[in-house]
Design a protein around this ligand. Sequence first.
Ligand code: MN
Length: 248
Amino acid sequence: MVKQTAGRDALTGFADEFAHLNDDILFGEVWSREDKLSLKMRSILTVTVLVSKGLIDSSFQYHMQTAKKNGVTKAEMGEILTHVAFYAGWPNAWAAFRVALEVYKDDDGKDGGMFGLGEPNDAYAQYFIGKSYLKPLTDPKETIFMANVTFEPGCRNNWHIHHADKGGGQILLCTSGRGWYQEEGKEAIELHPGDVITIPREVKHWHGAAADSWFSHIAIEVPGENTGNEWCEPVTDADYSRLNKSKY
Ligand code: MN
């Protein structure tokens, strides 16, 4: 269910019924009927209607952010506003683009987030599509090796396996942006800051950024016996672009 408090936050004591209708009915019931129409589609409709009415205020900014959160990609929003411009009016679309540019600016996480970007990950570039950066956080001569890895939008590593006879594997702590993790034969998992992925030894997998977002995770090498990485084929553009396709 969609949880909304904007009505009560703003209007308690002034228009309690409006607050109730806004939070409990519009959002709590209508927006929440995801089985009838997806949140993404509802966001597209709402943005379209607000643009056509020329309502580019703070509530429009909220709905633009919600559209992004509900899976409307940057490319799709560009196309939506271009299409809507012909029906809603050219200046309306221009005004909407100014909000969209701010919400969809894709340099969030460009700095590698709280642990920093480090240096271009040149030593492993051959096993990556796109550009990645590495910021070592610990000294492997002293302790377990941890590094912050940052992927530019669209960047991902090849399929690979963390081999070990015992122990081993890898832990990913997601620190900024939006990314993907996939094990062979399974659906990809979308990653957000705060997500933790435990990768067992001998499991073929890949990790990387979403097509329209920077992404950083701390990679922890779990100690084990006879550890070593095996790098395999790249994640094809066909497979990767399928992940970023929207679910309507
Ligand atoms: Mn890995």
